[in-house]
Design a protein around this ligand. Sequence first.
Ligand SMILES: CC(C)(COP(=O)(O)OP(=O)(O)OC[C@H]1O[C@@H](n2cnc3c(N)ncnc32)[C@H](O)[C@@H]1OP(=O)(O)O)[C@@H](O)C(=O)NCCC(=O)NCCS
Length: 174
Amino acid sequence: MESREAVPENTDIRIRKATGAEMLRLWGYSDVDTAAPTARFFHEQIADGNAVFWALDDSGEIVGELYTFLKLEDDNFADGHDTAYLCAFRIKDKYRGQGYGSRLMKTALTELKENGFRYATIGVGSDDLHNISLYRHFGFLEKVKDCHDDPCALDENGQPVYEEAAWWLLKKDL
Ligand SMILES: CC(C)(COP(=O)(O)OP(=O)(O)OC[C@H]1O[C@@H](n2cnc3c(N)ncnc32)[C@H](O)[C@@H]1OP(=O)(O)O)[C@@H](O)C(=O)NCCC(=O)NCCS
């Protein structure tokens, strides 16, 4: 069984919105000009207000992330009014399995609902049984379609990264 260092009990953990600059730092970039295309895209979308970076913050250190995109080229992912797309959902290893991912997800979904959105979508590998089960638990019960192009991962030409193996776009009612 995997062993993890425990999160200290006196830790000050909260969920907040973070900036594009914080995303760059978290992803290991010193500035936007030298960042990879995907990071530049996230930075631009956060600055434009089309994406929200939800961060799990432990005493000033970001230890978890989840992004909501309000509008993307493919309306099945995000159409700007009814449907929003969630991606890059990650919690630092030692914080996993303690309900923080769930709290981050609930916070992001609650704000979308308050802003009038009716559906949320999320992508998952078709063979990623663990995360398929996790997303089912979160209520992503409908499979919208098989996908090959990731609208939020860009290659060197600024085009969506093509994945040979199809992955699933899932959807939930808010
Ligand atoms: C996915 C991830 C963000 C989840 O965060 P986490 O903090 O470990 O998740 P939580 O501890 O909040 O658990 C989430 C909820 O799902 C439940 N759950 C966990 N694994 C589950 C599974 N395989 N099937 C069903 N439910 C599951 C938990 O019981 C919990 O439910 P609750 O809040 O209603 O009690 C985290 O594990 C991670 O960073 N994984 C690596 C990156 C990754 O795979 N991201 C997803 C890409 S598709």
